[in-house]
Write a protein that binds this ligand. Structure first.
Ligand code: FE2
Ligand code: FE2
Length: 160
């Protein structure tokens, strides 16, 4: 979308676009993980957050609408990389280890999402986009809640 960033607003818009791509990547990953894990509670957790992620995508698209811009689709190399790493580990792991590997992969994506939302909320606040802040904050709350749930499952699975 941009060759070069000259203003805070251009940088914000670009980062919002990569966030939208990150959410699409996250949704694909959650759907894949739901399929491969064994535990019913874990399947339900992934299923629930996939539903939330569909709404998060709509919220980020709404942010673009509020900013008067078409949704940008700049890629998100980090989330693609995290999904690829999880996929590789799952394929290499014994079936009894798959749930643990899947949770760790999902947890890494949630941490990345939290970091990205935190930065974008600060940027949107600084630029006076109050309604955009509200939508991003709603998404961030879901990421944090999911992160806490996944961390508890991970501790249980690794026996910590
Ligand atoms: Fe998300
Ligand atoms: Fe998430």
């Amino acid at each position: 979308m941009f060759e070069h960033f000259d203003t805070p607003n251009e940088l914000f818009t670009f980062r919002l676009g990569t966030l939208l791509s990150a959410e699409h990547d996250s949704l694909s990953m959650l759907e894949d993980l739901e399929r491969v894990v064994d535990g019913d509670d874990l399947k339900q957790l992934f299923h629930h957050h996939a539903d939330e992620t569909r709404q998060q995508i709509a919220n980020v698209e709404e942010c673009f609408r509020l900013l008067g811009m078409p949704p940008d689709d700049s890629p998100s190399p980090t989330t693609r990389g995290l999904a690829k790493e999880a996929d590789t580990l799952i394929r290499k792991s014994h079936p009894t280890l798959v749930d643990e590997v899947a949770v760790a992969g999902a947890l890494a994506t949630e941490h990345y999402e939290i970091a990205t939302y935190t930065t974008l909320i600060d940027m949107a606040q600084a630029q006076g986009h109050t309604e955009v802040v509200r939508l991003l904050q709603a998404n961030l709350s879901q990421e944090e809640a999911t992160c806490d749930k996944l961390a508890a499952v991970e501790r249980q699975l690794v026996g910590a």
